[in-house]
Design a protein around this ligand. Structure first.
Ligand code: MIG
Length: 666
C-alpha cells in the first residue's frame, strides 16, 4: 500500500494542536471544496453521497442531514436534537462520485452543516484559523489509513484492559467493592476491573483516597491484584480550592491555573465545590498535574479514567453571584408566566455555558489565549499529560487510560468512553454507530456505558446490550448513582448473563488480535459493512458491524423483539451463541433474513475463508486465566483456515507488537 497523497491548506493562524505528526507540504489549490473569504468550506453533494466520521457524536453512521458542532461539551442529555458531545473529531469522509477524506485541524469551534440547511450541500465553518488536510483513496479503509498516516498509530492498552470492567457511581468503600467482586466470583462470571468513581476520594479532591472508606488503599489494591482484579479510579479535571490541601496550594503558588482577564484564578463550581481549572495548555502545568498521579500509582494503581475535562463547569463564581443578586429581585413579586420562567432559568442555565469559555485564559509560552480558542484540546492535554507522566512513573508497563473529552491525536495516548448515555434501547442502537465512528478517528480502545449510564435498566436491555458489548474493546458496565442497580447479577437470568460474559472471555484472543492488527495496519476494529463489501445495500446498513474482515455482529436493539432482520452481502455461517460451548449454527445465503434470537443468544456471522478462534473458559475468572495457547475455532466449512494471533507479551511497554504475532491453522 502506498501512502495517500495528502494535501495541506492553511487558513489564518491556527494554534498547533499536536494532532498531526507528519510533514506535509502546503498546496495553494484545494480540490472539491470552495473556500470563501471567511474561510468557510463548501461543496455540493450528489444524492447518493454518504458522509462518515466526526467520532462518536450524536446520530447515526451516515452523518448526512444534520448540523454538528466541534465544541467539546459536558451534555448528559444525548438526545437527537443535540449538535455536540464530549469530543471533537474533525475527520470527515465523503463517499460519493468523489471519494476523499479531510481532517480540519483547529482546537476551536467548528460548525459542520452536512446537508442540514440544504440537503445537497456541505458547509464547514471554523471560528479560528485552521489547517485542512485532504486526501483521496480507492477504498474507505484506505481513507481511514490516510488519517493514521497523518496522526499516528492508536494506543494499545494492556491485555487485562480488554477484560470486563464493572463500574458504578456509588460504590462507596472497600466493602461495597468486595461485595461486587464476591458476587461475580460466586456466580462464575469473569471480571477484570472495578472502576472507582468520585466516592473513593476525600471530598472529591483528585489524587486523595478517603481514609475512612479505604483505611489502607495500597493494601486493598494488593488484595484485589492478588485476585486478578484492577481498580480503575476516576480523575476529574478541576481541583478543589482548598488552602489546606497541598496540591491546590502548589497549583496556586506555581500559577498553574486558568485565569480571568485580570490574572486572578478563574473559580468555578464542579463536584468538589469551588475549584480552579488547571491550565493544561501550559506544558509545565500539565507535567505538574501528571506527576500527581504518582499518589495512586505508588499505591499500585495501573488504570485511570479522566472525567469532566471538556471542561465541565457547573457555574463560574462570578455568574453565580450575579444570579443570586438577580434572584432577589424576584422575591415578593407577582410572578407571571414570563417572569416565573425567567426566574427558574436563572439557576437552570448556569451549567456548562459556552460563555464561560470566554471568561478565562490559558498561558502558553507567555502568551494569553482565551479558553474557547483551545476548548477542544483541553481534555486531550490533560490526558496526554497523564499518559506522559505514567510512562515516566512506570517505564516498564503499559497502563490503562481513557478519557471522556477528546480530540484526534489523543488516540495515540489513550482511549475514550462515550459519556453519559441512558438506559434506552435507542442508545443501544446508537452505540453501534458510535463504536464504528470512534474507530475511524483512531480511538480503537473505546466504548459506551453498557446497560446505559442514566435511568433504570431492565434485564432484557442489559442482556441485549451485553450481546453487543462483548465485542467492544472497552467493555464496561457503568451506571449513575441512585439508578436501579445494574450489575449483571441484578436481574435474575444468571445463566444467560454468565453464558454471554464467558463468550467475551472465550473471544479474548480474537478481540485482542483483531485490535492489534487494526492498530498496526492503520485500520479499524469495528467496520461498517460498506468498508468491507462494495454492494449498494451494504452502504445503508447502520446496525450491523464487521469485526475485522471475517466476522459480523448484528445486535437486537428493540424491546420484546424475538429476533431481527439481518442483511448478508454474501453467504455467511450464523452461530447463535448462548455460551462458548452452547450454540447452534446454520449456513445462510446472501440476502435478507429474519433471524430468531432469544434473550440469551448472540448472533455471530462468519464469512467463508475466515474463522473465529475461541479460548477455553472453564474456571476462567479473569483475563489472566485465558490460555492463548489452547484455542479451538468456529469455521465456515471444513476447509483449513489460517489465523494470525497476537498475544500481548505481558504488560511490558517497549513492545513491538509485531513480535507477538503468529499464524495458526485450524
Ligand atoms: O457529572 O463522576 O460521565 O461516568 O459517573 C457527572 C460521576 C460526573 C460523569 C461521568 C460519569 C461519572 C460521573 N461524572
Amino acid at each position: 500500500m502506498t501512502d495517500p497523497n495528502i494535501r495541506k491548506f492553511t487558513f489564518g493562524k491556527p494554534f498547533p494542536t499536536g494532532a498531526v505528526i507528519r510533514d506535509v507540504p502546503e498546496t495553494a489549490h484545494l480540490p472539491y471544496l470552495t473556500v470563501s473569504e471567511d474561510g468557510s468550506l463548501s461543496m455540493s453533494l450528489a444524492p447518493e453521497t454518504i458522509l462518515y466520521g466526526l467520532g462518536p457524536t450524536v446520530r447515526g453512521l451516515n452523518k448526512r442531514g444534520w448540523l454538528y458542532e466541534s465544541a467539546n461539551r459536558d451534555d448528559s442529555q444525548h438526545t437527537e436534537e443535540k449538535h455536540a458531545l464530549y469530543g471533537s473529531h474533525n475527520f470527515l469522509i465523503v463517499d460519493g462520485p468523489a471519494r476523499f477524506a479531510l481532517f480540519l485541524d483547529t482546537p476551536g469551534w467548528v460548525v459542520w452543516d452536512l446537508g442540514y440547511t440544504d440537503s445537497d450541500r456541505i458547509s464547514i465553518t471554523a471560528d479560528d484559523g485552521f489547517t485542512l488536510y485532504l486526501w483521496e483513496a480507492e477504498t474507505l479503509p484506505e481513507l481511514v489509513r490516510g488519517l493514521r498516516v497523518l496522526t499516528g498509530a492508536p494506543y494499545v492498552p494492556p491485555l487485562w484492559a480488554f477484560g470486563f470492567n464493572q463500574s458504578r457511581w456509588g460504590y462507596r468503600d472497600e466493602n461495597d467493592l468486595r461485595e461486587v467482586i464476591r458476587r461475580y466470583r460466586e456466580l462464575d462470571m469473569p471480571l477484570d476491573m472495578v472502576s472507582l468513581d468520585l466516592d473513593y476520594m476525600e471530598g472529591c479532591r483528585d489524587f486523595t483516597v478517603s481514609r475512612e472508606r479505604f483505611p489502607d488503599f495500597a493494601d486493598f489494591n494488593r488484595e484485589l491484584a492478588g485476585e486478578g482484579i484492577h481498580m480503575v479510579p476516576i480523575v476529574d479535571a478541576a481541583l478543589k480550592a482548598d488552602e489546606a490541601w497541598p496540591v491546590y496550594r502548589e497549583c496556586l503558588e506555581k500559577g498553574f491555573f486558568c485565569r480571568k482577564e485580570d490574572g486572578s484564578p478563574f473559580f468555578v463550581g464542579v463536584w468538589p465545590g469551588k475549584c480552579v481549572l488547571p491550565d493544561f495548555a501550559d506544558p509545565e502545568a500539565a507535567a505538574w498535574f501528571g506527576r500527581q498521579y504518582r499518589a495512586l500509582t505508588d499505591a499500585g494503581v495501573r488504570g485511570f479514567w479522566n472525567d469532566m475535562n471538556e471542561p465541565a463547569i457547573f457555574y463560574s463564581e462570578d455568574c453565580l453571584r450575579e444570579v443570586f443578586e438577580k434572584i432577589r429581585t424576584f422575591q415578593d413579586r407577582d410572578l407571571d408566566l414570563d417572569s416565573f420562567f425567567e426566574m427558574r432559568n436563572l439557576f437552570g442555565s448556569l451549567s456548562h455555558r459556552d460563555a464561560y469559555l470566554r471568561d478565562y485564559f490559558h498561558t502558553v509560552g507567555g502568551e494569553r489565549i482565551r479558553g474557547d480558542k483551545l476548548r477542544n484540546i483541553y481534555g486531550t492535554r490533560m490526558t496526554e499529560a497523564a499518559a506522559k507522566a505514567l510512562k515516566e512513573q512506570l517505564p516498564d508497563e503499559r497502563v490503562l487510560l481513557f478519557s471522556r473529552s477528546s480530540y484526534i491525536g489523543l488516540h495515540r495516548s489513550a482511549g475514550i468512553w462515550y459519556g453519559d448515555n441512558r438506559s434506552w434501547w435507542s442508545h443501544l442502537k446508537w452505540n453501534v454507530a458510535q463504536a464504528a465512528a470512534a474507530g475511524m478517528s483512531g480511538f480503537l480502545y473505546s466504548g459506551a456505558d453498557i446497560g446505559g449510564f442514566g435511568g433504570d435498566a431492565t434485564g432484557d436491555l442489559a442482556l441485549r446490550w451485553l450481546a453487543f458489548g462483548i465485542f467492544s474493546p472497552l467493555f464496561r458496565n457503568h451506571s449513575i448513582r441512585g439508578s436501579r442497580p445494574q450489575e449483571f447479577w441484578r436481574f435474575g437470568r444468571e445463566e444467560a448473563f454468565r453464558g454471554v460474559l464467558k463468550l467475551r472471555y472465550a473471544l479474548l484472543p480474537f478481540i485482542y488480535s483483531e485490535f492489534v492488527k487494526a492498530a498496526l495496519s492503520g485500520g479499524m476494529y469495528f467496520l461498517p459493512l460498506s468498508f468491507v463489501f462494495s454492494d449498494a445495500r451494504s452502504r445503508r446498513v447502520e446496525d450491523q458491524l464487521m469485526i475485522g474482515e471475517g466476522v459480523m455482529t448484528a445486535p437486537v436493539c428493540e424491546q420484546n423483539a424475538d429476533g431481527r432482520f439481518v442483511y448478508l452481502p454474501e453467504p455467511m455461517r450464523l452461530f447463535r451463541m448462548r455460551s462458548p460451548k452452547d450454540f447452534d449454527t446454520e449456513l445462510l445465503p446472501a440476502g435478507d433474513h429474519f433471524l430468531s434470537c432469544t434473550l440469551n443468544e448472540v448472533l455471530v456471522f462468519l464469512r467463508k475463508g475466515y474463522c473465529l478462534p475461541l479460548a477455553e473458559t472453564d474456571g476462567v475468572r479473569n483475563s489472566r486465566d485465558v490460555d492463548f495457547s489452547r484455542l479451538s475455532a468456529l469455521k465456515y466449512d471444513e476447509a483449513p483456515v489460517s489465523y494470525t494471533l497476537y498475544d500481548d507479551g505481558g504488560v511490558r511497554s517497549e513492545l513491538s507488537l509485531e513480535k507477538y504475532g503468529r499464524t495458526l491453522v485450524f
